[in-house]
Design a protein around this ligand. Structure first.
Ligand code: NAD
Length: 480
């Protein structure tokens, strides 16, 4: 069985303990590879390698750093089929989605930050004729990057690329539930000639390997994407050590449909925003709010559209919904469907596990599920489910729509559908979410600030924000 290995100081290595974890293919429900069960010893070696590599990497002309990162991006593009297949098997997502979204975005992340770093500049402030102040930004040292399982290589590179482009060296940990593409990425780093120790990838579980990265005193900054509960734990450890923190956490995103919307488009994109990647995208709209006069028509058409989605073998052409990431997660999501029933919800379609014929008979598949009849305060409408499950609720007025949207402890993203321009601006300004999509969803410009409000996170990634995050900042005041 294939063994994934850690990537430390430019070479692959076994975990020092010799211990491995099972890695499941969720579409068949069995183990297909092994993952290092790394601990603080492996992390400590990785940090030492990153510290040793830091002086040369941070002092290297940015053009050279950029060139290496762009070479890695080229290799990702070259190996797109291999990576997409590996990610689909590792994660359960449709191969078509891995090929069209995840892997292209991984190389785009590298190119974006590699070229962005070439144009990065600092501010200067002249104080009349008395002084010149300038802002000096320098790479901050060893950064820790910890990523989740849902968009594995996409989010791994979203963190690692700006850190490396800014001149930091990195100790990274991908999720133990989908580590394969990060392992393949380490092969591409070697092939591209990334100097040893610049990036170190330590595989393993969060409370052991992840926690060791967060606790290590030489890791100056932590860039984390994952669940809100884990984010709290990381903040609890890192805050007293005064580490720089970027936390991208969970969401319970509203998708607001006004009666004056372009209904056909709103329906089409809402099906995507509800069920893409089995609903396992932090930005999925899990609460659909529909203006009362359109409610019945919308619900009927949305349910009809949901019933047409094909749940099946992720490797097969034409599959819309693949397997959930794990049996545990399948049980968690199914538990929320049971809760919705207990809370008085009516399941209009879905709600049951799917047994896919053939090689995927033991995979973790669930029908896309649409629930109505719940109020905005119930647990089903308050807690992140992170699966192919949406609720639909009617609203009377624009004020109600804003109120329902803001009624959870999360504030990651929101979509709204209206042809009324003034309303679009007005409502966008009132919704407490870090990203608002008007008449679209998941349309991303990597220059824009990305991140959540409230319990959806802390800090902003993307664009200059990400490059700035990985630098120390000082003001130099020169008296003239
Ligand atoms: P998770 O919090 O369980 O794990 C995320 C990562 O943190 C994994 O690599 C895990 O091993 C590690 N980890 C766990 N405990 C740790 C600890 N004590 N110290 C250090 N590291 C630790 O999240 P998940 O289940 O992998 O991902 C799903 C969650 O991620 C959802 O809540 C989703 O909304 C969120 N998410 C957010 C964004 C965003 O950009 N805001 C993007 C994707 C996913």
């Amino acid at each position: 069985m294939e063994k994934i290995l850690n990537y430390v100081n430019g070479a692959w290595q076994e975990p020092r303990s010799g211990m491995y974890l099972d890695n499941y293919d969720p579409s068949i429900g069995s183990v297909y590879s092994l993952i290092p069960d790394s601990d603080a010893n492996d992390v400590s070696e990785a940090v030492t390698a990153a510290l040793d590599a830091f002086p040369d990497w941070s002092a290297m002309p940015v053009e050279r750093r950029s060139a290496v990162l762009q070479r890695i991006a080229d290799l990702i593009d070259r190996d797109i089929d291999l990576l997409a297949r590996a990610e689909s098997i590792d994660n359960g997502k449709p191969l078509s989605l891995a090929r069209s979204l995840d892997i292209p975005r991984a190389s785009a992340n590298l190119r974006f930050f590699a070229t962005g770093a070439l144009h990065f500049s600092s501010e200067a402030h002249t104080t009349g004729t008395d002084a010149v102040n300038y802002t000096l930004r320098t790479p901050l040292g060893v950064a820790g990057c910890i990523s989740p399982w849902n968009l594995p290589l996409y989010l791994f590179t979203w963190k690692v690329a700006p850190a490396l482009a800014a001149g930091c060296t990195v100790v990274a940990k991908p999720s133990e539930l989908s580590p394969m593409t990060a392992y393949i990425f380490s092969k591409l780093c070697i092939e591209a000639g990334l100097p040893r120790g610049v990036l170190n990838i330590v595989h393993g579980i969060g409370p052991k390997a992840g926690q060791a990265i967060v606790e290590h005193p030489e890791v100056i900054a932590i860039s984390f994407t994952g669940g809100t509960v884990t984010g709290k734990k990381i903040a609890t450890t890192a805050a007293p050590m005064f580490k720089k923190l970027s936390l991208e956490l969970g969401g319970k995103n509203p998708n607001i449909i006004f009666a004056d919307c372009d209904l056909e488009r709103a329906l089409d994109i809402s099906l995507q925003s509800s069920f893409s990647n089995q609903g396992e995208i932090c930005l999925c709209g899990s609460r659909i709010l529909v203006e009362k006069s359109l409610y019945n028509q919308f619900v009927e058409a949305f349910v009809a559209g949901t019933k047409k989605l094909k749940v099946g073998d992720p490797l097969e052409e034409g599959t819309d919904i693949g397997a959930l990431i794990s049996e545990n997660h399948l049980n968690k999501v199914s538990g929320y469907i049971d809760l919705a029933r207990q809370e008085g919800g009516q399941i209009l379609t879905g709600g049951k596990r799917v047994i896919v014929k053939g090689r995927c008979a033991h995979g973790y598949f669930l029908e896309p599920t649409v629930i109505v009849g719940l109020d905005s305060e119930c647990r089903t409408n308050q807690e992140e489910i992170f699966g192919p499950v949406v609720t639909i609720m009617p609203f009377d007025t624009e004020m109600d729509a804003v109120h329902f949207s803001n009624s959870t402890s999360y504030g990651l993203s929101a979509s709204l559908w209206t042809e009324n321009l003034k309303r679009a601006h007005r409502v966008s300004a009132q919704i407490k979410s870090g990203i608002i999509w008007v008449n679209c969803w998941l349309f991303r410009d990597l220059r824009t600030p990305f991140g959540g409000m409230k319990q959806s996170g802390l800090g902003r990634e993307g664009g200059w924000e990400a490059l700035k995050f990985f630098t120390d900042v000082k003001n130099v005041c020169v008296r003239l």
